[in-house]
Design a protein around this ligand. Structure first.
Ligand code: NAD
Ligand code: DAU
Length: 351
């Protein structure tokens, strides 16, 4: 049976890279991108593949259980790769309920539909939940998150993702749905919405605006190029064991302030500015409440069992990323000005 894969959140940052990879690598599959197009969803991310005959788009909110049911019927969905989520920690601190609705209730809506539609033969179907390393909480100066680290979420965002992971596990245990979960570290790359550290700072450096560093700047993250995450998702989807979890990481820890200084240096070179010019924009500001000190992934399991490892170094990935933003200033202007809504109406109102 040819697969008809529902990818949720496919118009977002990571989802758009996953959709592109699956649409181009597997022409025999139908790929159905289900996305509500919130502020973070942008069909411009997929312009290059939108006319492919195996690609379909459905503008649907995962809070709408009936609409999800209709999409399963219409496209004969065989598998789900679920990425749709509210994804920004700072927004979760301002509006926790938005995260409860989309990340928890939206996930349960998808699980319920998959359970109902696939009940005749669960063994032909996979429900894959794309999750985050933030569910494990914060590390001290040493140690790594493994697949058996206890959950200890500290922000409303990570609490909502931990809850959705638990629901996915519970549906496997209770109803025999075949599931997979991956927990990944911080992604960076093209199409990243400029509210997260790297794209926000690239945008601010371009516009010579202050670079707001939270707290002492010594918080540590493990960065992975987004295309390598998409390849990891492909690997887990096709080769991963059913009902298993895989940690995905970049083997690439950086203190925020060191990463920011590297970014400033690379941007000064690429923009033809004087060495040290962008570093003068660094401004220390009030810390994020509940700020996790350090994340670091032990990705041994996916590496040894499935043969996945990152394909680019951080220096290569960061350079590619900066080049992408410098070449796509229109994309940046659209997502920061709200002009994207006009694009969507123009493109889709008469279809
Ligand atoms: P994103 O915010 O860029 O994109 C989220 C997408 O989901 C958007 O296209 C948005 O329109 C859509 N969406 C939001 N609410 C929806 C709803 N109610 N119904 C339908 N669609 C909705 O997020 P991202 O950074 O690409 O993250 C994707 C997934 O990967 C998330 O589940 C996130 O938790 C996880 N993740 C992200 C990272 C990271 O560094 N960005 C790391 C690990 C895991
Ligand atoms: O670890 C995976 C997670 O990584 C994903 O699950 C989340 O969806 C994703 O947003 C990301 O979360 P973070 O909170 O780590 O990413 P963010 O880019 O918001 O922040 C990275 C670090 O930079 C963090 O220590 C906070 C700091 N920061 C962030 C911003 C936006 C600043 O110092 N200043 C800023 O303006």
């Amino acid at each position: 049976m040819s697969k008809k894969i529902l990818i949720t959140g496919g118009a977002g940052f990571i989802g758009s890279h996953v959709v592109r990879l699956f649409v181009t690598k597997y022409p025999e599959y139908n790929i159905i991108n289900l996305d509500a197009l919130t502020y973070a969803g942008n069909l411009e991310n997929l312009k290059d593949i939108e006319d492919n005959s195996n690609y379909f788009f459905e503008r649907i909110n995962i809070l709408d259980a009936e609409a999800i049911n209709n999409v399963f019927e219409k496209h004969g969905i065989t598998d789900v790769i679920h990425l749709a989520a509210e994804s920004h920690v700072d927004r979760s601190i301002l509006s926790p309920l938005d995260f409860v609705y989309t990340n928890i209730i939206g996930t349960v809506n998808l699980l319920n539909t998959a359970k109902a539609k696939w009940a005749a033969n669960f063994s032909n179907h996979i429900f894959y939940h794309v999750s985050t390393d933030e569910v494990y909480g914060a590390l001290g100066d040493t140690g790594f998150f493994t697949e058996t680290t206890s959950y200890h979420p500290n922000s409303p965002y990570s609490a909502s993702k931990a809850s959705s992971d638990h629901f996915v596990r519970a549906y496997a245990e209770t109803y025999h749905l075949q599931t997979k979960i991956s927990n990944c570290s911080n992604n960076y790359g093209p199409n990243h919405f400029p509210e997260k550290l790297i794209p926000l700072f690239i945008n601010n450096i371009i516009n010579k605006k202050p670079l707001p560093v939270y707290g002492d700047g010594k918080y540590t993250r493990d960065w992975l190029f987004v295309k390598d995450h998409a390849i990891a998702i492909d690997t887990v989807f096709h080769k991963g064991e059913v009902n298993e979890t895989y940690n995905i990481g970049g083997f690439n820890e950086w203190k925020n302030i060191d990463l920011i200084k590297l970014l400033c240096t690379l941007m000064d070179e690429k923009l033809g500015r004087q060495a040290g010019e962008s570093e003068q924009l660094i401004t220390y500001v009030k810390d994020r409440p509940g700020h996790d000190r350090r994340y670091a992934i032990d990705a041994t399991k996916i590496n040894t069992k499935l043969g996945w490892k990152p394909s680019v170094t951080f220096e290569q990935g960061l350079s590619l990323t900066i080049d992408w933003y410098l070449q796509n200033t229109e994309w940046l202007q659209h997502v920061t000005s709200g002009a994207y809504q006009n694009y969507y109406n123009e493109m889709y109102s008469n279809r």
